[in-house]
Ligand binder design. Structure first.
Ligand code: PEP
Ligand code: MG
Length: 537
């Protein structure tokens, strides 16, 4: 039995089999083989396994992100059957009498380069797909796992680190908990764990040897126990049962109002990352969606999601919410949310760099595509749009100009649009300080306390070493929240919080006192926060 401590990301108890998640590093070494036939057969078997993985991923993705977004897995499976690609691998194995990993790596490099040098943008983009299928093959040949494919049985994922793009691709129904060595409590991977409502710890001194053993994640105490013995294991089964019972009890709060004893009401909405989170939103009785991080559609894809793909995703969300408000945030890529096909330069200070609205305003084709999809989806429900990382009135005016022209374009095409509220995130000190002016330009404010804390306190939210300094309760942050709320109300618009602080139940009473109109929290926090609101005077 081993016990480790870590930083708590989301509470709850998980008991189950540990899966060590290794990134496919795939250092391929060229080795001579004596049995060429056996090597060819080994390659054939790996290819079949890769196609099988991709078919399974496709099935899973159809349910979670819809057919259009899932299509990429079909395309990859087809590419693996490509004659030219396979002949090249087989030729290298046969003529050079070398291992399949090496033959696949050389073929992958050659084909990827060939595609990258093509003029046609579509074929250029296939270069990344070639690299992807080759990686998958090599991982299988090296005996490794299937990347984000975590297998069939529910597991506790133990990893060095997880990127948001990896987390988002994992099958949520198979995830019992996350335990990682790296990662900060405020990173997007941590936020995803909260959205999924699963226990998670970061900063744990992990070991590869734990793979396959039984583990217990205690998200309340920040403990990870490997191979627990009786009576400890039994006590955790009891704790888990009590935890489940508590969750059951919270269910009685469903369909109840978010109202204090003295009658003050507040909206309680949910934060989501992709349409796959919708069941949790409905199950937890959210009043709406206060933050749909649309960038996860981009993180899940291999290339820019098309207008149609985005439209389908947004439409699904607004239709599922059946008239309840759905606030979709436009693309917030950059900083820790990197996507290869954006080809963003490496930066010294990514959090202060080329991200979010800065990308949208300088690459209007990306922005307009997303806005077209959003406005088209607005005809199917109650959709609102919000813009991230705002720092000035001028930016907002430029955004409004683009949004106006997109709307006109769609109307001219005969598209039916809904009434769309347009708001901004207040997540920079500049926006908070200018909130009196900004309030005259928009329909609402949503305070992004994760970034607002980062920029106000000059503390990198990604830096795990600074977690103890990252104090979202700092009076400077709380004063800014009050100021933003007051300025919103003076201009007759509403203000909410969509950062993680919104779910901090030690502050619920403070937020009510400040007069906030809405709190948007991860789906699993809706009922606990409702309970606190209803117990407040
Ligand atoms: C925030 O900054 O508080 C926020 C909600 O946005 P994100 O965490 O996605 O940066
Ligand atoms: Mg933010």
């Amino acid at each position: 039995m081993e016990e480790r401590v870590g930083k708590k990301i989301f509470n709850g108890i998980a008991i189950g089999k540990i899966k060590f998640y290794a990134k496919a590093e795939n250092k391929v070494v060229r080795t001579k083989v004596t049995h060429v036939e056996a090597e060819l057969a080994r390659y054939e078997k790996a290819k079949e396994a890769a196609v099988h993985q991709l078919n399974e991923l496709y099935e899973k993705a159809v349910v979670e992100v819809g057919e259009t977004n899932a299509e990429i897995f079909n395309v990859h499976a087809m590419m693996l059957e490509d004659d030219d690609y396979n002949e090249s691998v087989q030729n290298i194995i046969t003529t050079q009498e070398v291992n399949a990993e090496y033959a696949a790596a050389v073929t992958g490099d050659n084909f990827a380069e060939m595609f990258a040098n093509m003029d046609d943008e579509y074929f250029k983009a296939r270069s990344a797909d070639i690299r992807d299928i080759t990686e998958r093959l090599i991982t299988i040949l090296c005996g490794g796992g299937a990347g984000s494919d975590i297998g069939q049985e529910p597991v506790i994922i133990v990893a060095e680190d997880l990127a948001p793009s990896e987390t988002v691709q994992m099958d949520k129904s198979k995830l019992l908990a996350f335990v990682t060595r790296l990662g900060s409590a405020n990173s997007h991977t941590a936020i995803l764990a909260r959205t999924m409502g699963i226990p998670a710890l970061v900063g744990v001194d992990i070991s590869k040897d734990w793979d396959g053993k039984i583990g217990v994640v205690d998200g309340y105490e920040g403990k990870f126990i490997v191979d627990p013995k009786m009576p400890l294991l039994e006590s955790y089964f009891k704790k888990k049962a009590a935890d489940d019972e508590q969750k059951e009890l919270l269910q009685t709060l469903k369909n109840q109002e978010n109202v204090t004893k003295s009658g003050q009401k507040i909206n309680l909405y949910a934060n989501i990352g992709d349409p796959g989170d919708l069941p949790a939103v409905l199950e937890n009785d959210a009043g709406g969606i206060g933050l749909f991080r649309s960038e996860f559609l981009y993180l899940e894809a291999e290339n820019y999601p098309t207008e149609e793909e985005q439209f389908q995703a947004y439409k699904k969300v607004v239709e599922t919410m059946g008239g309840k408000k759905v606030i979709i945030r436009t693309l917030d890529i950059g900083a820790d949310k990197q996507v290869d096909y954006f080809k963003l330069d490496k930066e010294e200070n990514p959090a202060l760099g080329y991200r979010a609205i800065r990308i949208c305003l300088t690459r209007p084709e990306i922005f307009r595509t997303q806005l077209r999809a959003l406005f088209r989806a607005s005809g199917y429900g109650n959709l609102a749009i919000m813009y991230p990382m705002i720092i000035s009135v001028d930016e907002v005016r430029r955004i409004k100009e683009i949004s106006r022209s997109v709307k006109e374009e769609l109307l001219a095409e005969g598209v039916k649009l809904g009434q769309v509220e347009e708001g901004i995130m207040i997540e920079t000190p500049a926006a908070a300080m200018m909130s009196d002016e900004l309030a005259k330009e928009v329909d609402f404010f949503s305070i992004g306390t994760n970034d607002l804390t980062q920029y106000t306190l000059a503390i990198d939210r990604q830096n795990a070493k600074l977690d103890t300094f990252y104090d979202a309760h700092h009076p400077a942050v709380l004063r800014l929240i009050q100021m933003v709320t007051d300025n919103a109300h003076k201009a007759g618009i509403w203000a909410g919080i969509c950062g993680e602080l919104g779910a901090d139940m030690t502050l619920t009473e403070t937020f009510l006192r400040m007069g906030l109109d809405e709190l948007s929290v991860s789906p699993g926090c809706i009922l606990p926060v409702r309970k606190v609101i209803r117990e407040t005077e």
